[in-house]
Every structure is written in C-alpha cells, then in structure tokens.
Design a protein around this ligand. Structure first.
Ligand code: TDO
Length: 169
C-alpha cells in the first residue's frame, strides 16, 4: 500500500486519558473517576489531598451553558480556576497571555464533561473560554481561591471572535 496523508500521532493513553501534558505552564489536567452505584454514579471532583491542589477554596460556582453556547474569553489577575465538566460535552480553549511565561502564546484544548470527567486548573493570566458542543445544556463547576468581588470583579474578557487570541474557541 502506498502511504499518503499523515500518520496519526498518539493522542490518548490506554484507558482514554490524555497522552500529552498540558501545553501551557501552570495548567493542570487531573483525571477523575466515576463510581457506578445502585442509584447512578458518584464522582469525587475536588479533594484537598490531591497533589495538584494548591489552593484553599473560597467559592464554588455552578455554570450552565445552553446547547451551542460559547462564553467570552476570560482571564483573571489573581484567581485560579478549577473547572470540572458535569454534563454535556464542553470544549475548553486556553491561551497563555503571560508575557513572562515560558509558554507565552501557547494554546491548548481540553474537552470536559460527565462522560470523561477531569479537573482542569487554570492559573491567573491564562485566557480561557468554553463552548458547549453538545445538543443539550452542559454544566461545569468552578472552584476558586478568591471570593468574587461584585463591585470589583477580577475578570478580564475578550469577545470569542477577538483576533487578539488564536481562533480555537
Ligand atoms: C463569576 C461570578 C459572576 N457573577 C455574576 C456577574 C454577572 O452578572 C453574571 C455572569 O458573570 P460572568 O459573565 O463573569 O459569568 P461567566 O461568563 O460564567 O464567567 C465565568 O467564566 C468562566 C470561564 C470563568 O473563568 C469564571 O471565573 C467566570 O469569569 O454573574 C456573580 O454574581 N458571582 C460570580 O462569582
């Protein structure tokens, strides 16, 4: 057979976990596990004794995305996000906007959802946006180390169509 096209690179390890380390310094992807029970399933989504956890949680938000919804790009000056998909299939796009970072300008994509639950840690200065790629409402949990200040949000945003960030969202 004549080989044309390109050969697939490795994308997952046996069992389905991501093969590649995160491409952005400080971003961490922690695989979670489901326990099937008599009544459904149970998933531990956050434990302070996991080695990846370096924060004290001060607030936990539940966010729901309508089918096909896409958020703005967000970044925070102080806050570290801990994102866990709990329904549907969400594309989480990441861009390193920290000029001092060894991975400045790098992008990454992680898919989060109940079928393959992961915890994604997004440090300050890393731009992130989410798109619900499923045809049903999709939810995610965000555990954060800073209280949201309603009169002074630690939140910078850009349109999902912004040309300041590569078009991956
Ligand atoms: C984040 C937040 C928002 N709000 C309010 C402000 C606003 O009226 C409404 C929606 O806020 P936002 O547009 O910031 O919500 P949202 O688009 O869900 O923003 C979130 O996006 C993800 C990607 C993140 O990174 C989060 O930190 C947060 O910024 O909810 C609170 O009352 N408390 C909160 O903790």
């Amino acid at each position: 057979m004549a080989y044309v096209g390109t050969k697939d690179p490795q994308t997952v390890v046996a069992g389905g976990g991501r093969a590649a380390a995160p491409k952005i310094s400080g971003v961490q992807v922690h695989e979670l596990g489901n326990v099937l029970t008599r009544s459904g399933f149970m998933t531990e989504i956050f434990r302070s004794d996991w080695p990846v956890i370096g924060i004290s949680v001060h607030q936990i938000n539940w966010v729901q995305l309508n089918p096909g919804a896409v958020t703005d790009w967000h970044a925070h000056a102080k806050q570290t996000d801990h994102l866990i998909g709990v329904g549907g299939n969400i594309k989480l796009a990441l861009w390193d906007g920290r000029e001092s970072s060894s991975t400045y300008g790098a992008t990454d994509l992680v898919r989060i959802g109940a079928l393959r639950p992961v915890l994604v840690i997004v440090p300050p200065g890393v731009w992130h946006g989410l798109r619900n790629e499923s045809g049903e409402p999709a939810g995610y949990i965000n555990a954060i180390d800073e209280l949201y200040e309603h009169d002074n949000p630690d939140n910078w945003r850009l349109s999902p169509r912004s040309t300041d960030i590569p078009d991956i969202l």
